[in-house]
Design a protein around this ligand. Structure first.
Ligand code: PMP
Length: 406
């Protein structure tokens, strides 16, 4: 294989050339949202400049161009994840995708006494929709706990998958700890017990090769803006039998075949779930993002990010009083940390003054924060466009902040 010139790829991201507080920007918040390469920005811009029209209903040239580009993006996205475009519902992101499963699949099925199992490390997007459904159906939520190193306790989880359990919601990769869960094994165990699996792929798809078919889940949700695509894009993949059986969540234009006041006939999936005018330019941009990722290769991206993670872990671990949360055997390129005596927000504010962007807060994972007994952490999250010398700058800036705050 040809060696990849990562510094050259970095040049594809215009925002990375800017300065913050007079210092070159170090962007370590890609788990929150990734930066966008020029190709994605340009194709989105070109859509509005050269093709802008609504999709699906138009026979005029612009309308057909828009429809073709939109559907081509769906196909690219599906192929990238080894599934069929017909089974991929385009959404505004993971949140909408999981809500779609909750309201269209779970709400009509669950009754009092049923159980939904969720892991301790879920993002609020894979907790709150289930709580809303539980309230309305009388179902209960059961928590799959994690170990000291931030990994799922698998024997305990399997023991929790009793006959009352109807749904298991699980993130593939933790946005706080970086823990990579063995989702294929878990889905196999769940399937054997007749439990539907809802996998949150938000932090997996941007950082490692993902083959949804090989995972063997029932539902897979992910978001476009963390994988170099525009905000307001994402998708839900579901097994065809579920898509066929599920009633639509939103009603309106685009999702119907025929509307009469007596009765409406819905369009086939995935269109049945895509009411209204979608984020057309965004989806086309997401298609370009997929092409871009594919060209580099997800295995190469994963390997690069693992090197950055190893370096960051070594550098940050050497700082006295710095605690890293999560030490899973298989971990994505995320380092959550706290420094003794320093509040996460104060630390992040001082880092910002050095031009370094890290996230501080609860990372939409309150139950996980409660597990560790902290209110917030700082999180440095990496992408392939980051450099080793940026990690050096982070380490130096944390040392400096430590002396100021301590
Ligand atoms: N799940 C995980 C694991 C995430 O990291 C995020 C984004 N922080 C989400 C869900 C929600 O994604 P979105 O806001 O794009 O819907």
């Amino acid at each position: 294989p040809v060696a990849i010139d990562w510094d050259a790829l970095r040049q594809d991201f215009p925002v990375l050339a800017r300065e913050v507080h007079g210092k070159p920007l170090v962007y370590f918040d890609s788990a929150n949202t990734s930066q966008k390469p020029r190709r994605v920005i340009d194709i989105t811009d070109a859509f509005y400049r050269e093709h802008n029209a609504n999709i699906s209903r138009s026979v005029h040239t612009l309308g057909m161009e828009a429809t073709e580009a939109y559907e081509a993006a769906r196909k690219k996205l599906a192929a990238f994840l080894n599934v069929r475009g017909e089974d991929l519902v385009l959404t505004s992101g993971t949140t909408q995708a999981i809500n779609l499963v909750a309201y269209s699949y779970a709400l009509p099925r669950l009754t009092a006494g049923d159980v939904i199992v969720l892991s301790r490390m879920e993002h609020h997007a894979n907790i709150v929709p289930w709580q809303l459904i539980a309230e309305r159906t009388g179902a209960k939520i059961r928590v799959a706990e994690i170990t000291e190193t931030g990994e799922l306790d698998l024997p305990a989880l399997y023991a929790q998958l009793t006959p009352e359990v109807k749904i298991l919601g699980l993130t593939q990769v933790s946005n706080v700890l970086g823990t990579v869960n063995p989702v294929a094994d878990i889905c196999r165990e769940a399937r054997r017990r007749g439990i539907a699996t809802v996998i949150d792929g938000s932090q997996a798809v941007p950082h490692r090769p993902v083959d949804i078919a090989a995972i063997g889940c029932d539902f897979y949700a992910f978001t476009g803006h963390k994988m170099l695509g525009p905000t307001g894009t994402g998708a839900l993949w579901a097994r065809r039998e579920h898509l066929d059986a599920m009633p639509p969540f939103f009603g309106g234009g685009e999702m119907i075949r025929e509307v009469r006041f007596e009765k409406t006939v819905f369009n086939d999936p995935p269109h049945k779930f895509e009411a209204g005018t979608p984020n057309i330019a965004g989806v086309i941009g997401l298609g370009a993002a997929v092409e871009y990722l594919d060209q580099i290769g997800m295995a190469a991206i994963e390997a690069r990010e693992q090197e950055l993670l190893a370096y960051a872990t070594t550098r940050l671990s050497a700082i006295p009083g710095l605690r890293i949360f999560g030490a899973a055997q298989e971990k994505a390129a995320v380092v959550s940390f706290l420094v003794d005596g320093a509040h996460a927000h104060d630390l992040a504010t001082l880092l910002d003054l050095e031009g370094i962007a890290v996230r501080s807060g609860h990372h939409c994972a309150h139950p996980l924060m409660q597990h560790f007994g902290v209110a917030a952490t700082c999180r440095a999250s990496f992408a392939f466009y980051n450099r080793f010398d940026e990690i050096d700058r982070l380490a130096v800036a944390i040392e400096k902040a430590r002396s100021l705050l301590g």
